[in-house]
Design a protein around this ligand. Structure first.
Ligand SMILES: [Zn+2]
Length: 227
């Protein structure tokens, strides 16, 4: 495990819990900021499962990545989550079923439901590095593209990758490089590389990052205040 990236500040009551799902955790997820990422590279505590999901879906910021992890947890635990749909906690506690079958249900299935429910609904704590809060403006919640509203950037990627037969991992990497504001551009690049090899795709990513670095240089540190 590399310890190179700065770990975000961890609230006292969230020590040893996963930033994504609040389960106890022993790992950390390194987020390498690329291109237009609105925050510096950083690390957040993560459980093993969230870590594995997050590594496949960095998207254009740690917050987009969080939505992607949540979506995937919901997909994986859809059955567990469905358990709760027919019952409320009160109903369960008040019910005077005493048969073994029902007791078993309360102990196992209901417990699994509660764990799954908690994991997908917990809000991540606001991120800060060495006491300085990260600006989340424009990076929470939904994502709109081409007039269609998605619940998250990850959902939009899911949709377009499926609809156009794109390499989802590549589209994720492109978005990490160009940022969510250039979603259409990322989709176009993914489309023209639909039959490209992994080597070509890596080169495309390198070219894009190099090009952007040049753009930054040409803008340089010129202030924008002299009109
Ligand atoms: Zn987790």
């Amino acid at each position: 495990m590399s310890a190179s990236l700065p770990l975000v500040d961890i609230p006292f009551d969230r020590r040893h819990t996963c930033w994504f799902c609040a389960e106890p955790c022993a790992h950390q997820f390194d987020y390498h900021a690329l291109g237009h990422c609105p925050h510096p590279s950083l690390a957040v505590p993560a459980c093993k499962e969230c870590l594995q999901i997050a590594e496949k879906a960095p998207l254009s910021s740690i917050w987009d990545c969080h939505s992607a992890v949540k979506d995937e947890l919901m997909r994986r635990y859809a059955k567990h989550l469905a358990i709760g749909e027919n019952w409320t906690q009160e109903e369960l506690e008040e019910s005077d079923f005493s048969c073994k079958v029902f007791e078993g249900f309360k102990k196992s299935a209901w417990f699994m439901y509660q764990v799954a429910k908690e994991r997908v609904s917990v809000a991540p704590w606001p991120l800060s590095l060495k006491g300085i809060p990260l600006d989340t403006a424009g990076f929470g919640g939904g994502f709109e593209f081409d007039g269609v509203q998605f619940s998250s950037l990850a959902k939009a990627v899911e949709h377009y990758a499926k609809m156009l037969g794109l390499d989802k991992a590549f589209l994720h990497q492109l978005l990490a490089a160009v940022g969510r504001d250039r979603f259409g551009y990322a989709v176009r690049i993914a489309r023209i590389n639909i039959v490209s090899t992994a080597v070509v795709k890596r080169q495309v990513l390198r070219d894009i990052l190099a090009e952007q670095a040049l753009d930054y240089d040409s803008i340089g540190n010129d202030s924008l205040d002299d009109e």
